[in-house]
Design a protein around this ligand. Sequence first.
Ligand SMILES: [Zn+2]
Length: 192
Amino acid sequence: MQDDGTTPVAYDPCRPIHYVLRPGNGPVGGEDLIHDAVDRVAEVTGLQFVYDGATAERPFDDRQPYQPERYGDRWAPVVVAWETEAENPTFVSGVIGEAGSQGVSIGDGPRVLVTGGVSLDGAAFIELLATPGGAAVARAVVLHELGHLVGLDHVIDAGQLMYPTTSTVPDFAPGDLTGLVALGSGECEPDL
Ligand SMILES: [Zn+2]
């Protein structure tokens, strides 16, 4: 939230969110799984996403939000990667996805999300997709992580997709959608 405690910290809805994918480690069809989930988030938030192709970078690790040598004179794109337990030790504990975004502001102005990362446990998704009904759960997990990416936190209502643990909720539920609509309706910040 912004300092007022009620306005969400969101991406600028007036410019597309660029994203890149680090190849490797993922399940068969993993790239489509990500693009389809991104399309769903675009549909419910109104935010626009643009896929910029592959990257050699991985998410997090004190990543700089501005990397002109790699991405040109703009905010670095969101990085999505299928990762190993060695790359993301959080996965050892049974977590299979992690995501978040970085916010910046000018002076006392509102904080605006400009880039972020999504880390998905490649081995866990390969296993999950081999189980009956696994494809729907895999999609739900990616949607949950993209919910974090655009600014949603966890909720205590198990009927929402943003409940912390994997459940039978296959897609964003009404509470999730209320938050996502708010996150797609931030202020335009052309000076950032
Ligand atoms: Zn979560």
